[in-house]
Design a protein around this ligand. Sequence first.
Ligand code: ADP
Ligand code: MG
Length: 719
Amino acid sequence: MTGSNVRKQAISEVAGRKAISGPALDQSPDSLFGCNVFNSAAMKKHLPKEVFRSVKRTIDKGEPLNPMVADTVAAAMKDWATVLGATHFAHIFSPLTGGMAEKHDAFLSPDGEGGALGEFSGKALIQGEPDASSFPNGGIRQTAEARGYTAWDVTSPAYVVDSTLYIPTAFVSWTGEALDKKTPLLRSMQALNRHTQRVLKLFGHENPAQVVAYAGPEQEYFLVDRLFFLARPDLLNAGRTLFGTNPPRGQEFEDHYFGAIPERVLAYMVEVEHELFKLGIPVKTRHNEVAPGQFEIAPVFESANIASDHQQLTMFTMRRVAVRHGFECLLHEKPFAGVNGSGKHVNFSFGNSTQGNLLDPGDTPHENAQFLVFCSAVIRAVHKYGAVLRATIATASNDHRLGANEAPPAIISVYLGDQLSDVFDQLKAGAAKSSRTKGTLEIGVDTLPKLPRDAGDRNRTSPFAFTGNRFEFRAVGGGQSIAGPLIALNTIVAESLDFMATKLEAALGSGKTLNAAIQGLLTELANQHAAVIFNGNGYSAEWHAEAEKRGLPNLRTTVDALPVLNDPEVIKLFDKYNVLTPRELHSRYEIYLEQYVKTVNVEAKLVEKLGKTQILPAALRYQRELSDGIIAAKAAGLSTSTSLAMEVTGLITKLEQSLSALAEAAGHSGASLLEECKHLRDKVLPAMLIVRGNADALEGVLADDCWPLPTYQEMLFIR
Ligand code: ADP
Ligand code: MG
């Protein structure tokens, strides 16, 4: 029988599915929250007072970890985890692939007398040595020196999942070079802390608490029934459909967004939230998204390092729980052509426990002046290093989304909203005028206008928008780790604050008052960086032209964006703030290019394979059926038309030709990694699209019972 059987069977099984209720809530939500986490409360309960205080100093104040406490903490952690059913422990880390990696060891060790002893030493807690040779290192690690170490990150709490105690760690080479995303994230937070403190001190704050970056990532995702997913080798292997025509009814009715959540999906969401709550991940919002089959989940923001670990854990949990509900959770940026893709809005701010959120305009003019300094620092950073931000979101998959009239364009600009833009416009002229009193005012005097807490209008087309008390970086990819964008944000803002603090310190040193110094600096910055501010429609063609005039880079593809990491200025930036050495940065450039090559190559192979082994055979069968029909009709003396058979035949020829052209293009490789990427972008991806065009045309004319792959209609609407 024909290949459509799998598809037909999947449809009938999916139609009969019922919502699966998750584990019964056996405890109240507040006792559930964090019950599997070795958090402050658990530490307080299980650690001797002195040890607890010492660990807390490291977590809250960034003091060096006292290695003397490790044995005690390890023993307490093990006892705590054992009660929760843990038999193993694992150092978990974030290699440059963007995923998570872990190696499990049992607590039990043979005692030499035929028995076994449960043990977990301080040394095993602090340091691990995973066999790390198969993680990408971009030339940092020679095979001869293949050692990699994991080091306990005390600031991100350990937790239990299933029977394993997970310990968040940084992953470095034997030379101490970062092989992961956590190490530079922690370094960038230190840089941000250092230079924010300098500015806070200028504002007269004595002993400000440690400054941290905050992040709140909103995650978009698709749910597709797992039976459809398994019948689509492209989804299974590439995470996105490489073939498929849009359903007659797509997202044009705009009735999915914020609509009622389907029952099976709701049951899934409830269980995801239950699991995340146990892990102390504060998920808060859930709703449908714009595209059919698309949804969103968002936690309450946390310190960037923890938010980043939690985001990885959230993606992992979403995927895992989906399978239990007969779904596959797709985090790819563009699983379906012609349907909105999935992004991650990374909400970003910074602050501390003594001054609060430094991007909050506050209620008083004095706070406003301080706010304007921090806000200007971010604007300057994004203007100066927009290309770096662009590079941190450059992946083969995000290329399908950025600039596709649904996600922000690849041009990095800042949306401030009308009111705040107005304040900056006034600063350009030398001072901010109060909209209420119309007088010309000096920064810091009482009559400075109260700034809006909520920027009012939302602008969905902006890649980087101020939203009341934070910036929202909207161009981040749905499947991406948020660590990369956060590393860049922390570093570029630290650079701005360093620049500003140095200027202000010099001005004060030469006898200027603080107000005069700030006033002068804000005016200078407002003028120099006005070009990055744009409140209009980011999708419009006029904006592309205008942005070019303003000198804003438009790095359309990954291949355009990644070379930014080789720019001497960028190398200097990351080196100066001790975030990434030139070698570490270069290794990232190489690894991300390699990933691009691997991704596109896999996709090209899939297009060839599916084209040849599923679509072409289906078309040939249908062609035979049609010609048999024509012969039979003629024999029976019936009039008959050959036009459909001709159309199918024409498409078959085109499909065959395009498959050969693709094979030809994919057979080449470039002289260098970058050349290879260019070849893939300019020759292979377009060749894949031509195959797709022909295959999709066939999908439009073939008898439905010949079509082998679950259709968009089925994947997006049946659940
Ligand atoms: P919207 O969809 O309107 O942008 P959501 O409520 O879905 O808003 O998500 C907003 C995200 O921003 C949440 O994760 C929230 O915790 C986070 N957030 C709020 N305030 C801050 C802040 N000061 N710094 C960082 N993130 C924040
Ligand atoms: Mg949202």
